[in-house]
Design a protein around this ligand. Structure first.
Ligand code: ZN
Length: 277
């Protein structure tokens, strides 16, 4: 893994964690929605135009780290731009992703260049260009006098592998309710796989948590059979869960089926950190 790859990944994660211009404008001039059915990415762009200038905009995005980071970067660079300039930027970015032409070199391209690495993963290019296509579609609608547009990523280009169709965030605990299972999963986040230095929940190593009258069975796997860390992780699971006041017994249950596959099982953040796009 090169230094540049690491740096790029860091920039993408930073935008994913703290998306710029996130939300919805109250009285937008233009609303454009985009969907990438290949990955499950969705976003809504609300724009306030003043004449030809993008005075303000917000992005409401759900989906993978690439799509959200790209939307965040886009919102930053097109704010305050006249429509033709935003359009030119979008076309140059898309060409760089789809046709391998050069990215810009001016300062506004600094973060966008981090998405260059995504080109190595054709299935994820649609994730990176979704927000830009949604913008272009919105501009098109505005030109024809409409205030609304919808863009759906099409079939052109490579099909994503099936693995990627698992919705992001499936391994993450829900935020609103706090069931016993969620408490258990939260506590299990303190169990770190020492090899990858990431927690077992986000890695997707916890397959199941069954709770019955204070007895808790954790079905889990390890990153590879023959992993010498097995006993350490089992001990950590045991002691982490014992901290919960309602837990009377802990039964860690190590399984090898299905084999661990970070592409489908790990959280978006872990996948990006591992460089799995
Ligand atoms: Zn995506």
């Amino acid at each position: 893994m090169s230094l540049t790859d690491d740096l790029y990944r860091e920039i993408i994660l930073e935008h994913f964690r703290s998306p710029r211009n996130s939300g919805r404008l109250e009285n937008p001039t233009l609303i454009s929605q985009g969907v990438n059915p290949f990955c499950g990415d969705e976003l809504e762009l609300t724009v306030a135009l003043e004449g030809d200038v993008i005075r303000d905009l917000r992005v409401h995005a759900k989906g993978c780290s690439i799509s959200q980071a790209s939307a965040s970067m886009m919102s930053e660079v097109i704010q305050g731009k006249a429509i033709p300039a935003a359009e030119a930027l979008a076309r140059q970015f898309k060409a760089a992703m789809l046709e391998n032409t050069a990215m810009g070199t001016s300062p506004e391209w600094e973060d966008l260049q981090a998405l260059e690495g995504v080109k190595k993963y054709p299935a994820r290019i649609k994730c990176a260009i979704l927000s830009w296509n949604t913008l272009l579609e919105g501009i098109e609608a505005h030109r024809s006098g409409k205030g609304q547009a919808t863009h759906v990523e099409g079939e052109e280009g490579e099909r994503p592998d099936l693995a990627h169709q698992v919705k992001p965030g499936e391994t993450a605990p829900a935020e609103t309710t706090s069931s016993l299972e969620e408490q258990a999963r939260e506590v299990l986040k303190s169990v770190i796989d020492p090899e990858l230095n990431m927690n077992v929940v986000d890695l997707g190593l916890i397959y199941g948590v069954d709770i019955q009258n204070g007895s808790i069975r954790v079905t889990y796997t390890l990153t590879s059979p023959g992993c010498p860390l097995g006993p350490i992780i089992q001990g950590q699971i045991q002691s982490a869960l014992s901290r919960l006041p309602w837990v009377k017994e802990v039964h860690p249950d190590l399984v090898w089926q299905p084999p661990w596959d970070p592409r489908t099982m790990a959280s978006e953040e872990v996948k990006t950190e591992l460089g799995i796009w």
